[in-house]
Design a protein around this ligand. Structure first.
Ligand code: NAD
Length: 293
């Protein structure tokens, strides 16, 4: 079994990006600039955005954090989005989800200029991804594809079973892996909460992508010998021995499954750290106008 070390890979990619920034500076080019909008003070969102902004600073990007209060009106927030769309120095920006209930998140996502949508959530980018056109890939699926690529894991002709069909993970990764591309050409089965005999489906997989948010759902008996496992789940389970009283586990029963696999991602330290590097890569692509010219 080989561990897919997302933490290490993310570090390597950030070093590569930092070198690119050095090069840009040396050539007198434009420094990539990412903005993040964080509405209210949800602790998890604060932590996510904080890590994105710190990563920007570490690799030499410019970053701007905008923090409207939780009671900001939808109109005001759309005004902020509009300003960011128009600002020529901002290459890309994100509006951290979830948003407070009085704001229509879909309306906000639609208001973001697709050219600056480095989260890849705008329907235009999603549609372009589905068609195999240049686009910003959504962060988590992009991270997964990068892991498979950098670890030279063969995907062509393999049977991939995806657990979960969310718009941010399950559905886009299913599309990407079935596309005619270097990391792709898989035969993909998407499973979800209404799938019958899910264990049988998963057992046939050469590659398992687990993204359902149920701790240790994928057990040893569901995994074929030599399978590749990408565990996207991040779940809190009680652990009185841990400092915070809980620890994080994935959707896969790692302890019992790992030995059966050819490759597996740990939780934490697997897919999670790759999400931020995807965003940083998309921002560099935006500053170079690689996608939309
Ligand atoms: P979601 O809650 O939006 O969707 C869950 C999906 O799982 C749904 O499509 C549902 O049909 C399916 N599902 C639910 N119960 C099921 C069951 N019993 N059997 C089969 N399918 C079932 O989830 P999401 O936003 O895609 O997130 C999934 C997990 O991945 C969560 O633990 C989340 O925290 C984690 N996540 C991690 C990252 C990362 O960077 N590592 C990014 C996004 C999400």
């Amino acid at each position: 079994m080989q561990l897919i070390d997302g933490k290490q890979l993310a570090k390597t990619i950030k070093e590569e990006l930092a070198q690119e920034v050095e090069q840009i500076k040396a050539n007198g080019g434009k420094i990539p600039h990412l903005a993040a909008v964080l509405v209210g003070d949800d602790p998890a969102s604060k932590a996510y955005v904080g890590s994105k902004v710190r990563s920007c600073e570490k690799i030499g990007y410019k970053s701007t954090l905008i923090t409207p209060a939780a009671d900001v009106s939808e109109e005001e927030l759309l005004g902020i989005v509009d300003k960011l769309n128009m600002d020529p120095d901002i290459d890309g920006f994100i509006v951290q989800l979830p948003l407070p209930k009085h704001i229509d998140a879909e309306k906000v996502t639609l208001a973001i200029d697709p050219k600056k949508d480095v989260d890849g959530f705008h329907p235009q980018n999603f549609g372009r991804m589905a068609l195999g056109l240049p686009c910003y890939l959504p962060a988590t699926p992009f991270g997964i594809v990068t892991m498979l690529d950098r670890y030279n894991i063969e995907t062509s002709g393999k049977h991939c079973v995806v657990l979960g069909r969310s718009n941010i993970v399950g559905t886009p990764i299913s599309l990407l892996l079935s596309r005619k591309a270097k990391v792709g050409n898989c035969t993909v089965t998407i499973t979800h909460s209404r799938t019958k005999n899910i264990a049988e489906e998963v057992k046939r997989a050469d590659i398992i992508i687990a993204a359902i948010g149920i701790p240790r759902f994928v057990t040893e008996d569901m995994v074929k010998d030599g399978a590749v496992i990408i565990d996207v789940g991040i779940n809190r389970v009680e652990d009185p021995t841990a400092k915070r009283g809980y620890r994080l586990v994935g959707d896969v029963d790692y302890e019992n499954v790992a030995e059966k696999c050819s490759f597996i991602t740990p939780v934490p330290g697997g897919v999670g750290p790759m999400t931020v590097t995807s965003l940083l890569t998309n921002t560099l692509r935006a500053s170079r106008k690689e996608v939309y010219g």
